[in-house]
Structures are given as C-alpha cells and as structure tokens.
Design a protein around this ligand. Structure first.
Ligand code: AMP
Ligand code: GLY
Length: 425
C-alpha cells in the first residue's frame, strides 16, 4: 500500500516508523515531513490544510491510504473530503473534529452523554464573564472557544489572572479564533490521557500516557506542547480505564452517532483523575505529540493494522497485542521555546544514537541542509525508548540524549518522575 501521512512533527515520524514495519506498507509519502522522516519516506511540500490541494496530490500520486496527523487539516475538513472522494482515510470528519475545535461543543456533548467533566458556563460578553468569575472565585479555568494552538487555556489561581485572561480572550488577540470563552471549575487530581480508536461505534483502547506540559524540571516554567511522555500511565489502572470507557468515551461516541456525525479516528481523552474517578479535561481529535511517540514505540508494526481497521470500520473484535512493556520519550527543544527561539543551529552526534526496535530518535523540528541536520522548530528531537520497566525505558532514552551535541537545545531531566516516585512508595 502507498500511504500518505500529513504532518511533519515527532508524532508523524513515530507513525511513519511504526507503519514502515508493517508488511502491508510498500511506500510512505509525507507532507511536509522533516529530516528524520525523509530517511524512511518521500517528503513533499503541500498545503495540508487545503482539502482540494490534498485530494489533487492523492490522486496524482495514486495514494491508497491517508493518515491525518495534526488537528488543523481535520478541522478544515481534509479527511472528510478525501473520504467523500473514495480515499480510505484515518481521521474524523469536520463535524466530529469540533470536539477539539470548540470547547463549548465538547461541553454540550458531555452534557448529552452525561459524562463527568468540570462544571462550566459559556460567555461572549466580557462583563458577564467577569461577574461570573467574581461570583465563583479562584482557582478557576478560562478557555478560549476555538483552536488556539495550546495557548487558549488559562488555569487562574487568583482572580486577577482570571480577569486578565477573559479581557484578552474576549477583547483582544484571540477574538478571531472563537466567539467566546468557556469558564470552568478547577479540577484537582492527576492528569493522564487515554487513546482510543473509534470506527463510528466500536472503540478500542490503544494505550495510556502521561505528558509533561511545563518547560522545566519539577513541572515549573511555561506551558508547552509537551516536553516528554511515558506509557502506560499507572494512574489509569484497569478500573479507572473501564470507568473512562463506560462513563465518558462510549456515551460520547453514542451522542455523536445520534447527532449524525459518527467519530472515526483516534480520540485523545485528556483526563483528571482523583480517587480513581476520571473526569474529562478535553478531547483532541488526533494522537498527542509526544504521546504518539511512546504509543508507537510500544505498538510497532501492528499500529497500521489498527489504523487500517479504524478507517475501514472493522474494529469490532480486534485486539491489541501488548508486550506489557513501558516506553518513555524525552523532548529536546530549542532554547527559548515555548517563547521565541533561534532557527538554523546545527545538531551533531545523531549518527551515534542507537536505533533499533527499542530505541529511536524521532525528529520533530529538523531540516537537512547539505550534510547538516539543523533545528528549525521549537520542539526538535524526541528520544524514545522501550524497556521492561519504566526506569529501564527512561535510562535508555537519556542514554540517547547524551550522544547528541546541540548547545542551543534543552530538555527536562526528570521525565517519568511521578510514576517512578509512585513506584518507590
Ligand atoms: P486543555 O487544552 O483543555 O487540555 O487544557 C490545558 C491544560 O490546562 C490541561 O492539560 C490541564 O493541565 C489544565 N486544565 C484544563 N482544564 C482544567 C480544569 N478544569 N481544572 C484543572 N486544570 C485544567
Ligand atoms: N501533548 C499534548 C497534545 O498533543 O495536545
């Protein structure tokens, strides 16, 4: 099969790496890709958020199967238009992708599904929003209603921060991304994510993970897209997982079916867990980045069988073969990220990094210039390893990090700390 992957981050490199191991895969194309992906796939420049451009590309290159990595093309209707043209495609239609594109839509679906989530209210008027915040008190959470590239959520620990957030979102720079804000109850607990493949009605869990959102060690510094992850997440034990499926995921999928917009693709279920009770923080309509890297490391080539079954509506009765192992990824980012950072610095030592079925350096923001691998993104490399235990996976991942010389980069030294310290208790 000739497979096209849309996207160019660590998530898409991990997908390409796993899919390449499946015998059904003859060739992978990727757009736009990156320097790491280019080693296993042909990379093309393409307007991936333009449904017509993607459909033209797919027809010209006689692609058999399309996997959409990031949310923006899904929200723009790329998967939908490919499917309507008869191309087998992994990823939800535009209407179902609203689960990520609109916080308010997700809240409506949760209410219909009776799925546990934070109590909330929607506002488009600044004064009413402020009055509500004053009444509720802090801590309180403010979310812009629209895709905001991870910048649309403010967890306000005091009223001043909360007022500042609604002023910006309802009066200022995010105004164009949505029509209002969702203001919600602050939930306490431990965060973890569940990844579920859905082919409309059947849902199959393909793993759990925990991300590290803050830039620096000890969960300090600004919020990022994620500085490292591991799988499985111990807090999502079997009991909590079953509750998540029966109380949150399955009722949500049923509501979407009832609305005439069934969900096909991977559903990223962001949870807050307290005393074994999961509550929904958010849905995303794609794999997490860097969570995908640890999931692909654990699934290997079977990932494509699962993705194919999802796109073809054949998930029922399918099982995931788990090796009972652990995976961990460490993100190396450009100094300054998530703020402004330099582009174009050279990374050396990558050839020394061991690459096998248990160790892999996935590229995120890299470009090859001549013989050099240069850093061209905020998050640049993802050192991902598997082990019998989480501590072995962690050791292997940090061993890879040490091989690379890139003074312009930084990484967290404590990925996995929460699960490892729990394990020591
Ligand atoms: P979201 O984009 O909705 O996932 O929010 C980004 C991050 O903000 C989450 O990963 C949580 O760490 C935090 N967050 C969002 N909603 C809440 C909430 N209601 N209570 C506590 N933390 C939250
Ligand atoms: N790592 C968080 C996300 O992909 O949204």
């Amino acid at each position: 099969m000739k497979i096209l992957i849309l996207g160019g981050g660590g998530r898409e490199h991990a997908l390409a790496w796993a899919i390449k191991q499946n015998p059904k895969c003859e060739e992978i194309l990727c757009a736009p890709g990156n320097a790491g992906i280019a080693k296993i796939a042909k990379c093309h420049s393409l307007e991936i958020e333009n449904p017509d451009a993607v459909l033209d590309f797919v027809q010209i290159h006689k692609v058999d199967f399309v996997i959409v990595g990031p949310e923006a093309p899904l929200v723009a209707g790329v998967a939908q238009s490919l499917r309507e043209a008869g191309i087998t495609t992994f990823g939800p239609d535009k209407a179902a992708a609203k689960l990520e594109a609109s916080k308010n839509f997700t809240k409506e679906v949760c209410a219909q599904a009776n799925a546990p989530t934070a109590a909330h209210k929607y506002f488009s008027d600044l004064n009413s929003a402020k009055a509500y915040i004053r009444n509720q008190g802090a801590p309180i959470v403010i979310k812009a209603d629209g895709l905001a590239a991870g910048k649309g959520v403010v967890v306000a620990m005091d009223l001043e921060t909360a007022f500042g957030a609604v002023e910006t979102m309802l009066g200022g720079e995010y105004r164009a991304t949505g029509t209002g804000v969702v203001i919600e109850e602050f939930m306490e607990g431990e965060e973890a994510s569940l990844f579920v493949l859905c082919d409309g009605m059947t849902a199959v869990s393909i793993g759990t993970a925990q991300d590290h959102k803050r830039a620096f060690d000890g969960d300090t510094g600004p919020n990022t897209g994620g500085m490292g992850a591991y799988s499985p997440a111990p807090v999502l034990d079997n009991n909590t997982l079953e509750k998540t499926m029966s109380e949150i995921v399955e009722p949500t999928l049923q509501v979407l079916v009832n609305r005439g917009t069934p969900y096909q693709g991977v559903l990223y279920v962001g949870l807050m867990i307290k005393n074994g009770q999961p509550r929904l923080v958010e849905y995303n309509v794609r794999f997490g980045d860097p969570e995908c890297q640890v999931l692909m490391m654990r699934l290997g080539g079977q990932a494509f069988d699962l993705i194919e079954a999802t796109a073809k509506g054949e998930l029922e009765g399918l099982h995931v073969n788990w090796a009972g192992d652990h995976a961990l990824t460490v993100v190396m980012a450009a100094q300054g990220y998530p703020g402004s950072y330099e582009k174009g610095s050279i990374i050396t030592g990558l050839e020394k990094v061991v690459k096998d079925s248990k160790n892999m350096c996935f590229h995120a923001g890299t470009t090859r210039i001549g013989n050099d691998i240069t850093a061209t993104g905020g998050r640049v490399l993802n050192f991902t390893a598997r082990g019998e235990s989480l501590s072995e996976a962690r050791q292997n991942a940090y061993n890879m990090v040490k091989q690379v010389e890139w003074p312009e980069g930084f990484y967290r030294t404590d990925i996995g700390w929460r699960a490892l310290s729990e394990a020591l208790k």
